[in-house]
Design a protein around this ligand. Structure first.
Ligand SMILES: NC(=O)c1ccc[n+]([C@@H]2O[C@H](COP(=O)([O-])OP(=O)(O)OC[C@H]3O[C@@H](n4cnc5c(N)ncnc54)[C@H](O)[C@@H]3O)[C@@H](O)[C@H]2O)c1
Length: 261
């Protein structure tokens, strides 16, 4: 963390926004503002230069419907953005272009936990190995709390895309049809919504006589908040759209040189 701490805006003050506020304060940062049109505890209802109150970086965890507009409004206001909202992939390129055009930092990740960051890399390798055997069929299952608004999760989508890209014969992912055999080109992805599950992702490969699985379970959503706050510390002063892999390589895995602005 920087000595002085960052003046942060929290946009979306639901379960994640409140966890981020706690972790940010514990890490020595100050909260310039909390913005959420519905949450009773939020200080402001919408984003403006006034309600941003001098924040240098915003952490945005809202809803799939509101994330693109929030992120673009923050970038237009010159505030760097860490976004963790899932389910707005189709509008992501607009936000990335805007960040580059305006020279403002932006990073998004579907999952800020360290364990899932490792899982992404292991699954990419495993998918290549299993593809080389020509004997295994991949599958994916994720589980989240019953309030989650998108499915499959952004994390599952990224894992699935990574497996499809590395598995000859697979061209797409999605739910298995309930009334017929699975098209061999489909990577089946299933999801469960129940209770308060913070997040579980299970990737498997199955062959005649053997099976293999990798599982990540988030037991506490604080792990996502810690990752998002660390990403905000890293993003401060960067003036372009960055990838979460750059953050991981610079800060967590230490495999990149420099890092660049
Ligand atoms: N990237 C990660 O590591 C990670 C981890 C957990 C959750 N998530 C994602 O983060 C998002 C939020 O998750 P949550 O558990 O906090 O959900 P939540 O339902 O508890 O909170 C969402 C909040 O967004 C608010 N909101 C609605 N419209 C808004 C707008 N226009 N501007 C600002 N806020 C608005 C709602 O009032 C609510 O308070 C979801 O998309 C979820 O999938 C990502």
């Amino acid at each position: 963390m920087s000595d002085s701490g960052i003046h942060l805006a929290i946009v979306g003050y639901g379960k994640m926004g409140q966890a981020i506020e706690r972790v940010a304060r514990e890490s020595g940062h100050s909260i310039a503002t909390t913005i959420d049109p519905l949450a009773p505890g939020a200080e402001h209802r919408d984003i403006s230069l006034g309600t941003l109150a001098g924040a240098r970086v915003a952490i945005e965890f809202s809803t799939p419907e509101s994330a693109a507009a929030n992120v673009c409004a923050l970038l237009e206001a010159g505030v760097a953005v860490v976004s963790g909202t899932t389910g707005w992939d189709r509008e992501m390129d607009t936000a990335r272009h805007l960040a580059d055009e305006r020279g403002v930092g932006f990073v998004w990740a579907p999952n800020f936990s360290l364990g899932v960051s490792v899982l992404f890399r292991l699954v990419a390798e495993a998918a290549s190995f299993f593809a080389a055997t020509g004997a295994f069929s991949p599958w994916l299952l994720e589980a989240h709390h019953d309030g989650k608004k998108d499915g499959p999760s952004g994390t599952a989508r990224r894992l699935a895309q990574s497996i499809v890209e590395r598995t000859p014969g697979k061209t797409r992912f999605g739910p298995a049809p309930g009334n017929r055999a699975i098209d061999p080109e489909l990577l089946p992805v299933s999801w469960i919504r129940a209770g308060g599950i913070p997040g579980e992702h299970r990737c498997g490969w199955d062959a005649a006589g053997e099976s293999f699985e990798m599982i990540h379970r988030a037991r506490d959503r604080r792990v996502f908040a810690v990752g998002a706050v660390r990403a905000a510390e890293w993003l401060e002063g960067r003036k372009r759209s960055c990838t979460f892999d750059e953050f991981l390589d610079d800060v967590v895995f230490g495999t990149r040189e420099g890092g660049g602005q």
